[in-house]
Design a protein around this ligand. Structure first.
Ligand code: GLC
Length: 432
């Protein structure tokens, strides 16, 4: 049964922290054509074996990843413990298909967890429900399996119960042998492969037995498509805790059937791929990502921003640069992100608004001619106004230029035609 009180309690940090790092990394980082390569190129296990033989990421330094995440202002992280190809970055006892059996011999999940915890970053693991390496996962005519149209597999019988036993046992390993996990990111359901097909009730009971406070996404029921029963008044035991829109920020935020706020997290790539993709240089500018993070928070959502380290374990230099730029904005403006949520004041035309109790944050993204209008508040309600990045006092303007608009508070943040921060200048209004 879904317990609303326990739910609200465990979701506190998630709603506070707002910004996380997604990390897609595995054997597919070698061919560097995306993490779906086995499926898109219809590769057999044998075709893919060369990457297992080769995998030896000598530059894997999770401390470097963790420091960068921290610098960018990220508060939690999610690493692909196992992606759809079935390769495990941890020392599972249930398959030989794991990183400790490659040349590297390392348990990358354990090293990642240690490094990120050390930086005070909450830790999550991505775990693929789909497994293209396991003989008992459906092959022929499955929607995504690399062998889905290979006639050799037609009529082949797969013992799916056997697969489920394996999958559940792997999740148990992660939940019992790696300390406290803050998040489990299951991925994903499709067609009739959803909910009880995964024996999801049993799986979630086990997960919550060993990790009572863990936060889980909604993909035991859905994928990036669909919200699942968490959006209804009667969530299942495996509804998960939040909706996981992929490559989109919900235009109006998300609400349940009754119109109550729904927790969500938009997972977003920096370029166009999750796994390292050498030829994909379509990186979004840091300024866009900063504005989109603000957009998420202004709609009660989180952002999980992806990096795809290369086969050697290095984060692409473009991503490093972007994270640093985000960090230099976050360093001065993070109070307008952490602990913030949507405001009841509608989105103003010059930017967005986030709010934390009596602090209203006006994210000014477009300059005015002259004074900046702060919509939705009246002079009498204002206790004080500050520029967030340096704490400068801003006085309410009162002169003939603005006096025709008595319902709007105006401030002066620049004497030039340019905003002090051209991406997003944050004005902090404390109300009485
Ligand atoms: C998808 C993809 C996957 C990626 C994930 C991230 O559902 O299957 O490759 O890991 O989305 O959200």
């Amino acid at each position: 049964m879904f317990n609303r009180e326990m739910y609200n309690k465990r979701m506190e940090w998630f709603k506070n922290d707002r910004f996380g790092m997604f990390i897609h990394w595995g054997l597919y980082s070698i061919p560097a054509r995306g993490e779906w390569i086995r499926s898109t190129e219809r590769m057999s296990i044998k075709d893919y074996e060369q990457y297992f033989e080769e995998f030896n990421p000598e530059s894997f330094e999770p401390e470097v990843w963790a420091k960068l995440a921290k610098e960018a202002g990220m508060k939690y992280a999610v690493l692909t413990a196992k992606h759809h190809d079935g390769f495990c970055l941890f020392d599972t006892k249930l398959t030989e298909y794991k990183s400790t059996n490659t040349k590297s011999g390392r348990d990358f999940v354990r090293e990642y967890l240690e490094a990120f915890r050390k930086e005070g970053i909450k830790v999550g693991l991505y775990f693929s429900l789909i497994d293209w390496h396991h003989p008992d996962y459906p092959h022929y005519k499955d929607m995504h399996h690399p062998m889905r149209d290979n006639k050799e597999y037609e009529g082949k019988v797969h013992n799916f119960d056997n697969y489920l036993e394996f999958m559940h046992a792997q999740v148990k390993e992660l939940c019992t042998e790696y300390g406290k996990l803050d998040m489990m990111w299951f991925d994903f359901s499709y067609g009739d492969m959803k909910g009880e097909k995964w024996q999801a009730d049993k799986l979630m009971k086990m997960v919550r037995t060993y990790q009572p406070d863990i936060i889980v996404d909604n993909r035991l029921e859905v994928s990036g498509e669909g919200f699942g029963s968490i959006a209804t008044q009667n969530p299942t035991s495996y509804s998960g805790d939040y909706v996981s829109p992929e490559q989109i920020i919900p235009p109006n935020g998300l609400f349940d059937e009754e119109g109550n706020e729904l927790a969500w997290e938009a997972c977003i790539t920096m370029n166009d791929n999750w796994g390292y993709t050498a030829l994909d240089k379509n990186f979004k500018p840091a300024s866009t990502i900063i504005k989109k993070l603000v957009e998420c928070v202004s709609k009660n959502g989180n952002m999980l921003l992806n990096i795809g380290p290369d086969a050697n374990g290095r984060i692409p230099k473009e991503s490093v640069q972007i994270l640093k730029e985000i960090g230099s904005w976050m360093k001065y403006n993070n109070k307008s992100i952490y602990g913030c949520k949507a405001s009841s004041i509608p989105k103003p035309e010059n930017g967005r608004i986030t709010q934390n109790g009596k602090k209203i944050y006006y994210h000014v993204m477009e300059n005015s001619i002259g004074y900046i209008p702060l919509y939705g508040i009246k002079t009498g309600e204002v206790e004080k106004i500050r520029l967030l990045y340096d704490g400068t006092e801003l006085k309410i303007v009162n002169n003939w230029i603005v006096n025709n608009y008595p319902d709007i508070v105006f401030v002066n943040i620049s004497k030039t035609p340019y905003l002090p921060d051209s991406i997003d200048t944050v004005v902090e209004v404390t109300i009485k």
